[in-house]
Design a protein. Structure first.
Length: 395
């Protein structure tokens, strides 16, 4: 990976973070809740952010966010590497992201770390069919690797990233590995002999045993980390008055005013507003919004002719398209997502509640996600129980 590349990770993010940033002391500070932590001690174990790296707890939630970031970084020939465990293949948003990434030709490298177990449940009980075929179904070039053949591993990963970067299209790496320790504390019901076999054959084990220099280096690293804990424990935590209270950056925005002499219906004013946002570099993403249809209520009709790259029409995938808009906004531009009927914002609740609404504060006010989600809400036309609700209270 190079400067400008991004990683999206998951709740098992520590190794990815250290590998990408080298900032192991900042990670320890974060785990101890210190102000010098990666996110000032607010994000803690699962929620890390630094320019070029982002992690979050909900499974698969950052895959479409990575797609949105990828749409931005492809302009500079960079890539996004998105890590998931094989357990995440049970989440629907995973497939929305794979589909959108392929359709939008985003340089995104999906890495599936397959360690055979989802928490304590064996893969044979949780996962049907072929894992590589899950990715191939969306037309992704899929690479196979494992963590026991290190020369082949590095070569395969290099080829995968080079393909995504050079062709501006997503690829997948299915990485076979094994988790040596319990998923969490003491919840390990695996066969002891099986675990012992993989521990004995783990690369770190046999490299350190066969190389006195590396064994000594590992010992020195352990001592260095242990000694740093004394330093970290003495550091201050974030002052309470900077943590509680009104946590949002408050800005008063002027109400949108159409050009002088403009007359028209509300939807025409919305259309004019979206046109101006497209001119400023925003991405407007939603279902059926491209011309000639222009959306169910014509909020984007005509705009796609003048700004074809700004108007992104998607398949039905509310969680996915809202996540893409969020990633685009996190990467520095403005993402605007349209949901055809407000009732279906429920599909995107995880993106909104566990993602967009938290990014700024959860990451210690380092990240900004100025995404707009636009939708018609309410009744009168009598479209029935799933097209005429007023769900504002949930938001």
């Amino acid at each position: 990976m190079t400067d400008g590349d991004w990683i999206t990770s998951d709740h098992r993010c520590h190794g990815h973070y250290i590998a990408h940033t080298g900032d192991w002391t900042g990670l320890i500070d974060e785990l101890l809740g210190k102000a010098d932590g990666v996110c000032k001690g607010i994000g803690s174990s699962q929620h890390l952010y630094r320019q070029g790296f982002i992690s979050n707890g909900p499974q698969g939630a950052l895959l479409p966010v990575g797609t949105g970031i990828g749409r931005m970084v492809r302009e500079t020939e960079n890539v996004v590497v998105s890590f998931v465990g094989e357990g995440t293949l049970g989440e629907g948003v995973t497939y929305e992201a794979l589909n959108l990434s392929a359709l939008l030709k985003v340089p995104q490298v999906f890495v599936c770390e397959n360690n055979f177990y989802s928490q304590s449940t064996a893969q044979t009980r949780n996962t049907a069919g072929s894992i590589p075929d899950r990715f191939r179904a969306f037309g992704l070039k899929t690479f196979l690797a494992n963590t026991w053949d290190l020369p082949s591993l590095m070569q395969t990963v290099g080829e995968a990233i080079a393909h995504a970067r050079g062709n501006s299209e997503p690829v997948a790496i299915v990485m076979t590995t094994y988790r040596l320790n319990a998923h969490s504390k003491g919840d390990d019901d695996r066969d002891a002999e099986e675990v012992a076999f993989f521990r004995q054959n783990d690369p770190i084990s046999w490299i350190s045993e066969g190389n006195n220099h590396l064994a000594q280096r590992f010992s020195e690293i352990d001592e260095e980390v242990e000694s740093y804990f004394d330093t970290a424990l003495s550091k201050p935590e974030l002052p309470l008055d900077s943590y509680v209270g009104d946590q949002m950056p408050r800005r008063t925005s002027a109400r949108y005013t159409p050009a002088a002499g403009f007359e028209g219906r509300v939807i025409e004013r919305v259309n004019a507003f979206l046109r101006e946002e497209a001119e400023r570099g925003a991405m407007i993403i939603g279902e059926d919004i491209a011309d000639p249809y222009g959306g169910a209520f014509k909020a984007t009709k005509g705009n796609g002719q003048d700004f074809p790259d700004a108007i992104v029409s998607t398949p039905i995938s509310e969680a996915g398209l809202v996540g893409v808009a969020a990633g685009y906004s996190l990467a520095g531009r403005r993402g605007i997502a349209e949901i055809m009927f407000g009732d279906f914002v429920t599909y995107a609740f995880d993106q909104i509640v566990n993602g967009i609404s938290k990014y700024h504060h959860m990451y210690g006010k380092q990240a900004s996600c100025p995404v707009t989600i636009r939708m018609p809400m309410g009744g009168k036309r009598g479209y029935g129980a799933t097209h005429s609700q007023s769900l504002e209270k949930f938001l």
